[in-house]
Design a protein around this ligand. Structure first.
Ligand SMILES: Nc1ncnc2c1ncn2[C@@H]1O[C@H](COP(=O)(O)OP(=O)(O)OP(=O)(O)O)[C@@H](O)[C@H]1O
Length: 314
């Protein structure tokens, strides 16, 4: 049953005295969309760089398709593609020429390049722009061309490091559709993103890296279940009241919306107790509602509250 294409065991990497990866472990199954999440500087890009053979780990093993990413780097390179930062897009060439050039770099024969270029231009909605220089492309078009280029050599695994950062909402939605299509064609997607909703929408499996370790791992639903059934949201008029309420009731604060977010078990009982406590202090919220937990709640709870090691695997 278990058909892992990526397997990471006790991976460690430090820069000087800074331990970035302190023994991380995870598996990704063939055809899955896997999202690695973590705060800025948590070690996501470092993990991708090890998996894509760009740097070597200090300890541990990273395998792709049964091959060691360090010892068998050349064979691994043939099975993967790394996108992002438009490193592969030549601004002065047209979209079509970019694809043709990448085909030649990958030693594909002329007729294969022609066929693959036509298919990819269509699949990535770049037919109209095919004969225009890439420097005239919008952010979304460049991102699509970048991914199309990475697919020319038929990789088994593609690494998407923040594929929708900087895209407008419509382009982001289009990119999500594209990523799902790639996965449904059997390509394994390794994704990092700063948008938790993106991981929620796309990922079959999510892992959260914190303090150099994978602290939780599972489907979006499993992760959300770990932190309770319902959230009670209390919105306050002023920052001062939000802080006062936080001191009284604990929970997570969202300072932008002046909301206090509480995890509740018995909804009616919790609501009554909460309102009584606030009433006694004469500081009623301006809005109150229940909502389901989000990945953001999971992220906040784990990265801001719990000491290292307190959260168990999902
Ligand atoms: N070549 C390097 N030399 C020294 N320190 C490095 C190097 N590469 C990364 N780091 C440090 O390692 C830590 C992890 O970086 P990494 O880029 O993996 O984080 P990340 O999770 O991808 O963050 P972000 O979301 O900001 O991209 C950071 O503190 C970074 O400054």
């Amino acid at each position: 049953m278990n058909d892992s294409i990526i397997s990471v065991k006790d991976l460690k990497k430090s820069y000087g005295s800074q331990k970035v990866l302190d023994g991380i472990n995870f598996e990704v199954e063939r055809g899955q969309i896997f999202a690695l999440l973590g705060e800025n500087g948590a070690g996501k890009t470092t993990t991708i760089r090890i998996l894509s053979t760009l740097i070597r780990p200090d300890e541990g093993i990273a395998m792709i398709d049964g091959l060691d990413t360090y010892r068998e780097a050349n064979s691994v390179k043939k099975r993967i593609s790394l996108t992002g930062q438009y490193a592969t897009v030549d601004e002065l060439l047209t979209g079509e020429e970019n694809l043709q050039m990448m085909g030649r770099l990958n030693h594909l024969n002329r007729s294969t390049v022609k066929k693959r270029t036509a298919t990819l231009l269509k699949q990535f909605d770049l037919l109209e722009a095919a004969k225009k220089q890439a420097k005239s492309y919008s952010g979304g078009m460049r991102r699509r061309l970048d991914i199309a280029l990475s697919l020319l050599a038929n990789p088994k695994v593609i690494f998407l490091d923040e594929p929708t950062t900087g895209l407008d909402p419509r382009s982001r939605l289009n990119m999500w559709i594209l990523i799902k299509e790639l996965a449904s064609n059997g390509i394994t997607i390794f994704l990092t993103t700063q948008y938790l909703e993106e991981a929620d929408q796309l990922a079959d499996k999510i892992a959260l890296i914190h303090n150099g370790k994978i602290v939780v791992e599972g489907t979006a639903e499993e992760l959300k279940r770990m932190i309770g059934e319902e959230k009670l949201v209390l919105q306050f008029q002023s920052e001062a009241n939000l802080i006062k309420a936080h001191n009284l009731l604990d929970g997570q604060t969202d300072h932008e919306s002046k909301c206090l977010i509480l995890t509740v078990k018995d909804t009616t009982e919790d609501l009554r107790n909460t309102l009584n406590t606030l009433h006694e202090q004469d500081m009623m919220p301006i809005d109150i509602y229940f909502r389901k937990p989000t990945l953001e709640d999971v992220f906040m709870e784990i990265t801001s509250h719990k000491p290292e090691g307190e959260v168990k695997y999902g």
